[in-house]
Design a protein around this ligand. Structure first.
Ligand SMILES: Nc1nc2c([nH]c(=O)n2[C@H]2C[C@H](O)[C@@H](COP(=O)(O)OP(=O)(O)OP(=O)(O)O)O2)c(=O)[nH]1
Ligand SMILES: [Mg+2]
Length: 326
């Protein structure tokens, strides 16, 4: 864990946090008792990890103590280091599934099951924003590759949506703006019908398109843009950015970006000869990043479990989705 005290001499409290997902996909949340730190806010149940305790043991101990349940399966979601004015926490956050037992508020706290899409409306402690984002995002982010005709583009994206892809970035830097916008409309229609989100590649001016589900900035745009993105977008629009190093990640965080792609993790056909980060460096940058991070560059779907264990949100890729035999 990253419990180093960046800039402060304060101890960082390691907290095991469970985003409890029931069989129907709903999430179990609890109200923090008024007399505790962050009292009155909704929370994802959990608590302090004890000295020498494994994280999964800490999660199940807290679930038992607070809710009288246990989870049969945990999967890493995200870790957030946050400095409150009076306390620094490291929220080591995991999906908790295969729930055994009937939950009850053992400490008298209010509990309730909510739909995933309700999470952004609820009052969580200030550190929880990226946890909510990570819970809402899928683990696969498809980026479109080379195509010759609109039909090919629509067919390839349509096929991947059928395979379960829910998040698509329309990348086509060789097209002129008018053609790009026209195709983006068609693609958005297809995505919307299937419940998938389409992100456009471009600057903040694209956010005024009310039909657009969000935008993905290049790292250059990220450094040039003056505005705080969050203020110019709707709450249901995603703001994503491409990052390659710590400086760009810091910028994305300060600009209010929702999530990033980190690249190139491994060598890739689309950028031959390019210097790569490697998995160890990518894991280190991801660990320190308080936003969901998709790994990009040479990623295969078979890498998914491993990179999620390293703290990544999941895979972003062109090749893994585009070149598949249909
Ligand atoms: N469990 C949980 N804690 C959160 C969330 N967001 C957030 O900032 N925190 C902070 C609040 C607390 O400072 C810390 C968690 O401590 P806790 O009060 O749950 O610890 P605990 O269950 O071990 O309880 P105790 O020993 O203090 O009685 O993390 C969240 O979503 N869930
Ligand atoms: Mg607790």
């Amino acid at each position: 864990m990253s419990s180093e005290n960046r800039g402060s001499a304060r101890k960082v409290v390691h907290v095991a946090v469970a985003v409890i997902r029931g069989e129907d996909g709903r999430i179990l949340i609890a109200r923090r008792p008024d007399d505790k730190h962050m009292g009155g806010y909704w929370e994802f149940p959990g608590g302090k990890v004890e000295e020498g305790e494994l994280i999964t043991a800490a999660l199940n101990r807290e679930l038992k103590e607070e809710l009288n349940i246990e989870a049969g399966h945990f999967q890493k979601l995200i870790s957030i280091r946050h400095d409150y004015s009076d306390k620094s926490v490291y929220l080591d956050t995991w999906w908790a599934e295969d729930i055994k037992g009937e939950p009850r508020g053992n400490e008298g706290q209010e509990i309730k099951w909510v739909e995933l899409k309700e999470l952004p409306e609820l009052d969580f402690p200030p550190a929880n924003g990226p946890i909510v984002t990570a819970a809402l995002l899928p683990t696969r982010y498809m980026i479109t590759g080379r195509f010759n005709a609109a039909a090919e583009l629509l067919e390839k994206v349509g096929y991947q949506i059928e395979q379960g892809v829910e998040l698509v970035q329309f990348r086509a830097p060789w097209l002129d703006e008018v053609t790009y916008q026209h195709l983006a409309r068609e693609l958005h229609h297809l995505c919307k019908e299937a419940g998938a989100s389409l992100l456009l590649k471009g600057g903040s001016e694209l956010l005024v398109n009310t039909w657009c589900d969000g935008i993905h900035l290049t790292s250059e745009q990220l450094l040039q843009e003056e505005t705080n993105w969050q203020s110019s977008s709707r709450p249901d629009q995603w703001l994503a950015a491409s990052c390659h190093n710590q400086e760009q990640i810091d910028r994305a965080v300060s600009m209010g970006v929702d999530f990033i792609t980190l690249s190139p993790v491994l060598p890739t056909d689309s950028h031959p000869g390019c210097e790569v980060l490697g998995e160890a460096k990518a894991a280190e940058l991801t660990e320190r990043c308080p936003l969901p991070v998709f790994w990009l560059g040479g990623m295969k779907l078979t890498n998914e479990a491993k990179l999620i264990d390293s703290g990544a949100q999941g895979i972003a890729a062109i090749g893994a989705f585009w070149s598949q035999v249909q």
